[in-house]
Design a protein around this ligand. Structure first.
Ligand code: BYC
Length: 318
């Protein structure tokens, strides 16, 4: 008992001193569990996040746009892989994690359960969804678990290219014809509120924030990040000449922040529980891709096994 207490104290002291926790270090079970939950849900978000945009690769309006979108969607697959690997360092295997996604046990970001109806949505996703993701992920480059923090550094660099490609799509549309500008406004109208929901429930409702802040898994709360996002994004919308679909949005001179209207939390929880516009379609598409990719995984495993056998045989000869 005493020993456990000492271990816990040493662990928290390390966190308080801003040292990283590494895979072989002792950690409380609850810390491990929280990290597996958050990192795997983050990985699932990257992989499911490929679907709404992948839908537009074949319909991109020019070769330049197609190449950029292809690269972005491919980057997201890469982010998913870094994150599954980071989760695996905590002693869970990838098949279990993927199974949890397919059976609905594990969550993924609510944002990917909305449809992409026009090309302007690809601009809005890059600008708003990747913009929100960066806000959250820059904080995570300083998270207390080493493998997660290091994965985030590279992911953030790529996300900033994603954000710019989205903003540039909207800038082009907003400087184009009246119809193009309307398309951009319509995309902003549909993506604004779901983007604010990405940051999770309000601090009052959040179950995990308090503990995650003590462990420095999270460095900022859901509401802090959401406010930071609104403050950064409103001037960007003004530059585009678009209006944010929130009649309550106003600048507060005293606080130096924008005030904004109430989020529809009922819609948020419906989407999180699996009843959003595209939840069923997304999971169906992921299961299909997983099943169709079985032969690739089998071939890769067989190849790895053969190489290992050859290396062992060569060692014996030597
Ligand atoms: N959607 O106590 P809370 C991207 C769940 S996409 C669904 O505040 P926590 C990308 C939450 O999991 C971004 N579920 O939790 C961009 C919890 O349920 P469980 C992905 C949500 O963990 C473009 C419950 O609600 N980023 O990168 O302290 C293209 C209570 O919440 C959501 C990440 O995942 C939501 N929006 O804070 C492609 C970042 N919000 O788990 C890809 C890493 C909350 O108890 N994650 N829930 O069943 C985090 O930073 C935190 O997990 C969150 C939530 C801020 C999301």
């Amino acid at each position: 008992m005493e020993k456990l207490h000492d271990l816990q104290q040493a662990f928290q002291a390390k966190i308080d001193a801003d040292e990283k926790i590494e895979p072989k270090d002792w950690m409380p079970d609850a810390y491990r569990k929280t990290l597996i939950r958050q990192i795997s849900q983050h990985a699932h978000s990257e992989i499911v996040g490929m679907l709404p945009e992948g839908n537009w690769i074949s319909r991109a309006p020019s070769l330049r746009r197609k190449v950029a979108l292809l690269a972005k969607v491919q980057d997201e697959a890469g982010h998913g892989l870094y994150l599954y690997s980071a989760a695996e360092t905590l002693g869970i295997d990838r098949e279990t994690l993927i199974d949890d996604l397919h059976t609905g046990k594990a969550k993924y970001s609510s944002i990917f359960n909305y449809p992409t109806l026009s090309w302007a949505d690809i601009g809005a996703i890059g600008w708003l969804v990747d913009g929100a993701a960066i806000m959250n992920q820059v904080m995570l480059t300083r998270t207390s678990y080493g493998p997660y923090a290091r994965a985030m550094v590279r992911i953030c660099k790529e996300e900033s290219f994603h954000q710019r490609q989205g903003y540039e799509i909207l800038l082009t549309l907003c400087r184009g014809s009246e119809a193009q500008k309307e398309m951009a406004q319509d995309a902003l109208n549909r993506w604004w509120w779901p983007s604010l929901m990405m940051f999770g429930p309000s601090d009052k409702e959040s179950q995990h924030t308090e503990q995650s802040m003590l462990w420095k898994i999270k460095r900022k709360t859901n509401d802090e990040l959401r406010q930071q996002f609104v403050d950064a994004t409103v001037p960007q919308a003004e530059f585009l000449g678009l209006s944010i679909p929130d009649p309550d949005l106003k600048w507060n001179e005293e606080t130096g922040h924008y005030e904004f209207g109430e989020i529809n939390w009922d819609e948020f929880w419906q989407v999180v529980k699996g009843n959003g516009p595209c939840n069923r379609e997304r999971i169906k598409a992921r299961i299909k891709a997983h099943e169709e990719g079985a032969w690739v995984r089998e071939a890769a495993m067989a190849y790895a096994k053969k190489r290992k056998e050859r290396a062992t045989a060569a060692q014996k000869v030597a």
